[in-house]
Design a protein around this ligand. Structure first.
Ligand SMILES: Nc1nc2c(c(=O)[nH]1)N[C@H]1C(S)=C(S)[C@@H](COP(=O)(O)O)O[C@H]1N2
Ligand SMILES: [Mo]
Length: 213
């Protein structure tokens, strides 16, 4: 297992900000910083195995499973889909959080529409170059801030952060945001992805600390 934790993991003490954010509690809102998390300024790199070699000329994004329209998009076709920008926080199960990430990419729901996902589909598996997978309930990804992103803070994604394209699901732990994504599989039943098979939670909500299943 190659987990690279060398970059800015516990970059600074977030206590002041965290306390400030928790004022939301009394109003019945969830705090911005989920329990057990610490803020980092850096952006740690975490993945299992090596960085897959990807060539944009051969890159393809495939959609399969419970869809009316199985499809395969090349890079040009994918980039022709409507582009949106969102700002989100990220929360890793290894306890770091990173606020205010500016992403650009394509909405999950726009990709879903192209594929004509069948009503029986209730879960989706993200598949990545290199073999990584992660499973999500469909209702968790049909949100306006769930994207496939190709840039972060105005720059193309770095290779180690998932270039050319990664999933970005801001309200769940970051292992649900697949790097180097190459396709989706729509499913009727839930099935464990890579980390989920090793005991990570099937759902992964940071605010209720769904770390392990
Ligand atoms: N393809 C792929 N995507 C992945 C992983 C991986 O091992 N392979 N690890 C996940 C985990 S556990 C985390 S915390 C985030 C880390 O993303 P980052 O390296 O950009 O911070 O990627 C997620 N996506
Ligand atoms: Mo992670």
């Amino acid at each position: 297992m190659a987990l690279d934790l060398t970059r800015g993991l516990f970059g600074r003490d977030p206590a002041g900000e965290a306390v400030g954010d928790r004022t939301g509690d009394s109003a019945g809102q969830r705090p911005r910083l989920p329990p057990g998390q610490r803020l980092t300024d850096g952006w740690p790199v975490l993945h299992y195995g090596g960085i897959p070699r990807i060539d944009l000329d051969n890159w393809e994004f495939k959609i399969a499973g419970l869809v009316g329209n199985e499809l395969s998009l090349n890079w040009e076709q994918f980039m022709e889909l409507p582009q949106v920008q969102v700002r989100t926080d990220i929360h890793c199960v290894t306890m770091w959080s990173k606020y205010d990430n500016d992403w650009e990419g394509v909405r999950f729901t726009d990709v879903m529409e192209l594929a004509q996902v069948r009503p029986e589909a209730k879960h989706v598996m993200f598949h990545s170059y290199g073999g990584y997978t992660t499973n999500l309930p469909l209702c968790e990804v049909m949100r306006d801030d769930v994207l496939f992103v190709h840039s972060h803070n105005g720059q193309p994604l770095a290779l180690e952060h998932g270039w050319p394209l990664r999933g970005m699901v801001p309200h769940l732990y970051f292992w649900k945001s697949a790097k180097w994504v190459r396709g989706l599989e729509f499913m009727a039943e839930d099935r464990a992805g890579f980390w989920e098979m090793y005991g990570y939670h099937m759902h992964g909500d940071p605010w209720t600390e769904e770390r392990y299943g």
